[in-house]
Design a protein around this ligand. Sequence first.
Ligand code: ZN
Length: 464
Amino acid sequence: MGETAVKSSDRMASALFMLLAVATALHSAEPVYEVGLASVCITPEHPVWLHGYASQKRFRPFEGVLDDLYARAMAVQDAKGDPAVLIVADLCVLREPEETALGEVLTRRTGLERRRILLNWSHTHSAPIIGTSDVNRYPIPDEDRRQTEAYTQRLWNQLADVAVAALADRRPARLSWGTGGVEFVKNRRQFSADGKYRGMGPNPDGPADTSVPVLRIDNPDGTLRGVVFGTACHPVTLGDTSLLVSADFPGCARQFIEQRHPGVQTLFVQGCGADANPDPRASADQQEWVRRHGHALGAEVCRVLSGPLQPVTGPLRTELTRVDLPLAAVPPRERLEQLAKGPFWESHNARRILEAQQRGDSLPNHYPAPLALWQFGDGLTLVAISGEVVSEYVPLVAAAVESRPLWVAGYSNQVYGYLPSSKIVEQGGYETLGLVSAHVGWFSAEAQDFLLEAIRALHCGKAR
Ligand SMILES: [Zn+2]
C-alpha cells in the first residue's frame, strides 16, 4: 500500500470519525426511547356471552364474529430507567377481582412492578364477559359459565404473552405527539325542559371530549413504526340486538390506519367517554356505521400523523396508586325502597344495599380506585383514571395539572362502574349508577375533589 493510499485512508478515517462524532452529538440531543410493540388476537375460540348490555336479547352466547378482537402492548423505556408496558384490549369491563388476578399473572410473567403496567380497555360492548364477578349478574347456564372461565384463563395468558413479546421487541424509537378531533362523539345525557335528567340519547349541547390524541412512534430514521391513539366514546355503535363479536369503531379505525401504513402497529386507548356515545348508533345499518365511525377516526389519526408533531422527550416516570374515593352515605331504608322501584340506574345499588343490610353486611364508605400517571420528562403527561370516567373530568384534570401536553384516559386498570363528576352526581342519571358487581355503593359528590387532589399529588411526584 503506497503512502498516498495510507494518507487517503487516514483522511477517510478522520472524516468518518467526525461524522460519527456529529451523529453521536445529534443522537444525544435527540432522546431516544426503547420501544417494543406486540399484538395478539383475543377472539374467543368458542361462543361465550358478550358484555356491556344488561339486556335479555344478549342472554346467550355470541352467534358470529364481525371482526376480531385484539390485545396490544407497547413496552417503553427511557435511556436509564426500567421498562413500562401499556396493554390495551378490545374488552368491556375489568372488575377489581379480575384486575387483581390479572395483575398477579402480569407481574409474575413480565417481572415488572404493577405500577409499571398500565391497562386500558376499549369498552367495546361486543366483547366477552370475563372472570366471575359479572357472571352472577346474569342467568348463565353452567356450560356457558365454564366457557367464560376457560376463555378468561386463556386471555390472562395471552395478555401476559403480548406484554412479554413487547418487552422482547424493544429497540430505539422516537416519540412525538399531536391531537385531532372527530364529530361522531356526542354527549348522551338528555334533559327535559325543566332541567331534569330524561334518559339516554344524543345531546349536542352536552359536554363531550371529541379530541383524538395521537402518539407517533418512529424508527430512528424517521419512518413510522406505530401509533397510539384514542378518543373518548362508548364503542356501542352495535346495539344490544347484535350477537356478533366486534371491536366496534376502534377496531375499524385501527384497520384503516394499518391499511394506509402497512406494517405499522396501532393501539387504541379509551378516554373519558362514559357520557358519550357514537351518533348514529344501534340503527338498522349499524354495521355500516361501525365502518364509517372507524374510518372517520382512522382518517383523522392519519391526518395528524402527516402534520407537524411535538417531540416527546425525557425520562419516563410511571406511577400507580389507589385513591380512596368517598361513597355517598347510605340513605334511610324508606328511601332505598323507593329507589329500588326506580329506573335501573337508581334501583341497581338500592336493591343490592337492601340485600346487604338484610345479610347484616357492613357497607363500605369509600372505594379504592386505581389511578395511574405516566410522565415523559417535562413534556407529555398521561393521566389514566380507572372506571367509566365522564368527559367533564378532562377540563377538570387540565386545570389541576398545569403541564402540557396532557392526555386524560379513562377505563384504565379497572372498570368498576361509572365515575361521575360532582355536577353529574347532583343531576342524577345513568352515569350515577355507581359500583357494579363486586362492590356496592354510589360515589359521593366529593369523590371528584379527592380524585383531582390525588392527580395533583401524583403529577408533582408526591405520592406513589
Ligand atoms: Zn359503559
